[in-house]
Design a binder for this molecule. Structure first.
Ligand SMILES: CC(C)(COP(=O)(O)OP(=O)(O)OC[C@H]1O[C@@H](n2cnc3c(N)ncnc32)[C@H](O)[C@@H]1OP(=O)(O)O)[C@@H](O)C(=O)NCCC(=O)NCCS
Length: 182
């Protein structure tokens, strides 16, 4: 039977960090030292699905270093990032996502994810609410300027209040939401 574990960065072993970096496969992060990794992601939690022998099957990072401003109001919303199964299409993604959502609901944590439209059927298949093509109405604070994020299309609700849901639904050409990673 698979196991679900939530770890703060300080609780990750060197082997965990290596598997996470290998799975993320981001060139500039390859070979990152453990202490650098722990510092970089100090405001994140790692939600892991493992097999009975502690082998990691699926990884999700929940970034708390994140706020969303909608209609002049700031919401502390966690961001799902670095979500990857070590072997795809074996059910690990859905299993981890469902456990993660149960976990954050119990803790009253609101959370969203962002994805390319081609991945949205996975989230729809898991029963999540999707705000299709709403990322184009987000603005991201970077290098002292507001940017339009271009890497994603859709916003995924993992656990959001009705107020935030109607805020995301209202986004359009003249109504933007503002993201701050701080
Ligand atoms: C996206 C990802 C985490 C999904 O995990 P997974 O373990 O492969 O997915 P599962 O096996 O749990 O799939 C659950 C269901 O979603 C479907 N599904 C999975 N990926 C899909 C996709 N990209 N598009 C459409 N449907 C998908 C599966 O067919 C399955 O459907 P079924 O129950 O009807 O058979 C995984 O494919 C992955 O690591 N992809 C690369 C990284 C990535 O894109 N991460 C998401 C960034 S937003």
């Amino acid at each position: 039977m698979n196991k679900y574990v939530v770890k703060n960065p300080s609780e990750l072993s060197p082997a965990d960090i290596q598997i996470i970096l290998d799975s993320w496969d981001i060139d500039e992060w390859k070979g990152m030292a453990g202490d650098v990794f722990k510092k970089k992601f100090e405001k994140s939690e790692f939600h892991l699905l493992t097999d009975a022998n502690q082998k990691i099957l699926c990884i999700a990072r929940l970034n708390f270093h994140f706020k969303v401003r909608i209609h002049e109001k700031d919401y502390p919303i966690a961001e799902l990032v670095g979500f990857v199964a070590t072997e795809i299409l074996k059910g690990y993604g859905r299993e981890l996502l469902i456990l993660l959502m149960e976990n954050i609901k119990t803790r009253n944590i609101e959370a969203v994810g962002f994805c390319r439209n081609k991945v949205s059927p996975f989230y729809a298949n898991c029963g999540l609410k999707i705000f299709y093509y709403k990322v184009q109405f987000l603005r991201e604070w970077k290098d002292n300027q507001w940017y339009i994020p271009v890497e994603d299309d859709d916003i995924i609700s993992l656990n959001l209040s009705d107020e935030v849901i109607s805020g995301f639904e209202s986004l359009g050409e003249k109504t933007h939401a503002y993201l701050r990673f701080e």
